[in-house]
Design a protein around this ligand. Sequence first.
Ligand code: ZN
Length: 187
Amino acid sequence: MAQSHDKNHTSLPPKFVLDGSLGDIAKFLRIMGFPAKLIQENLLQERIDVGQTVITRSKELGNALRKRGKQVLILPRRAPNEGLERDLRRIVEVIGPKRMIPYVFCTPFCQGCNTPLQIRDANELTSLIPEKSLQYLSWVYYCSICNKTYWLGSHWKRIRRVLEYVLAGYDVIIPQPWQKIPPCQKE
Ligand SMILES: [Zn+2]
């Protein structure tokens, strides 16, 4: 892509700061490849950097942060029949597909601690992977902070269904369970 050598902040993936009630959304943003910090304490006391977008359902909190010049996305309350895919789809639409889509699946972040995951040879980490799964895996994602591995196993079917809704109509290949993640679209 033409912008890939652009060194300004727009060439980095969007970063998010979410209030503590939005843990499920933070987890999916991390899976998709976006750093998403979850703040359990008072968000108004948190340092929000340039380039970070706050996501909250609280209008009061959102407006207070906007007054301070922060970027804020206020999500509407979920209807009883709506799931988190509606929220995620809205985030992509509001932040902008041009800002988000090139980074989807580039570098996933640890679901537990928000650290960028490394791709590692599965044979190097056999103590962290059940033997049953090991026979299907040549590589895994690894978090060096949590000393934890992740892979696209059978659970990925459920995650994939959510992502299919979120990313429908955008130029993104969503991997199948057990499939190697395709190369990042920015490269
Ligand atoms: Zn971690």
